[in-house]
Write a protein that binds this ligand. Structure first.
Ligand SMILES: CC(C)(COP(=O)(O)OP(=O)(O)OC[C@H]1O[C@@H](n2cnc3c(N)ncnc32)[C@H](O)[C@@H]1OP(=O)(O)O)[C@@H](O)C(=O)NCCC(=O)NCCS
Length: 284
């Protein structure tokens, strides 16, 4: 059967709500659907194998995507049945296998199903694994401590070049456009020094993920990111969103920071599966 596209179905009501225990895998789709249900600023849609009793779901930006833009061509995946997930991905018209695109998800099948299909289609994959940290209750986070000369605001569109240059996975025109889009559509926190120069920021992506956290090297170890994350988490909580983020397995500073703030590392790894990497690349 054809995948059904139902951009406004109330999926959060049937997905397990955070904090997650044995259903720790739906948070990306959950965050994306919360955004869809609140005016859909990211212009997302969800694709399911059947409705309402779905076995697999993808959340992604709707509309035609450029072939080489894996920054915008991102899918959050969640399944209850891995066979249904594979069938959804293989349904003609569901995915364009000749484009660069990402699928993100915390379930093993997100990696293995793409590997199996890529094998039959002869396409390349690049899989990166991240820890996912989530906070069970941001109201218990410590009070943010900020120097008196630090100003708190949102990231201004004027600073998109700085974000793009400092992002490990950025530095090109497509990443810049993606960042500009995320900045204009979703909440961000930016700490600025007395002269208005941004020194630390954290964005929220279309899946509700805390992402693109960065402190300028000369301003590190002064508690800026800790403060920015507390402020971002409290705002997410006030908006009803879960607080979570993905961290590279080798990024010990960020892991330590989140553990000190009381985040819990979810079991398993979040798989970032990039299809056709030679057509374009990106990351968290
Ligand atoms: C990771 C990063 C965001 C931390 O920003 P920061 O403003 O320096 O962080 P804070 O000063 O708020 O650090 C708070 C706590 O985090 C931990 N931490 C931060 N940097 C650390 C480091 N280099 N080594 C060990 N622990 C570190 C410490 O526990 C620290 O508390 P302490 O300084 O009292 O020991 C910053 O180093 C950075 O921008 N790195 C490159 C981009 C990146 O990794 N982003 C995160 C992607 S998930």
């Amino acid at each position: 059967s054809q995948p059904r596209q139902c951009a406004t179905q109330p999926i959060p009501s049937i997905l397990p709500a955070p904090p997650y225990s044995d259903h720790a895998h739906s948070h990306l789709v959950y965050g994306a659907v919360m955004n869809i249900n609140r005016g859909n600023p990211g212009k997302f849609e969800v694709v399911v194998d059947s409705w309402p009793d779905f076995g697999a779901v993808l959340a992604r930006q709707s509309g035609e995507m450029p072939v080489d833009d894996c920054y915008r061509n991102m899918h959050g995946a969640f399944y209850r049945d891995v066979g249904a997930y594979r069938a959804l991905l293989e349904t003609p018209g569901c995915l364009r296998w000749d484009t660069a695109f990402h699928i993100f998800g915390l379930q093993e099948g997100v990696a293995t199903v793409s590997q199996a299909i890529a094998g039959t289609k002869g396409i390349e994959l690049e899989i990166s694994d991240y820890y996912t940290y989530m906070h069970p209750d941001p109201s218990t986070m410590p009070e943010p401590r900020l120097d008196p000369d630090i100003r708190v605001g949102s990231v201004s569109p004027a600073h998109v070049d700085l974000l793009n240059e400092t992002w490990t996975y950025g530095g090109n025109a497509r990443s810049r456009r993606y960042l500009a889009e995320v900045l204009s559509r979703f909440p961000s926190i930016c700490l600025q020094d007395g002269t208005g120069q941004p020194i630390c920021w954290v964005l929220t992506d279309p899946f509700g993920t805390g992402a693109h956290g960065y402190t300028l090297p000369t301003h590190r170890r002064r508690g800026h990111m800790q403060a920015a994350m507390v402020l971002a988490a409290r705002r997410a909580q006030a908006r009803g969103f879960p607080t979570f983020g993905h961290t590279a397995t080798g990024n010990l500073p960020m892991q330590r920071l989140q553990e000190e703030l009381g985040h819990q590392r979810l079991p398993g790894l979040c798989h970032f599966v990039l299809h056709n990497p030679s057509l374009g690349r990106a990351g968290p």
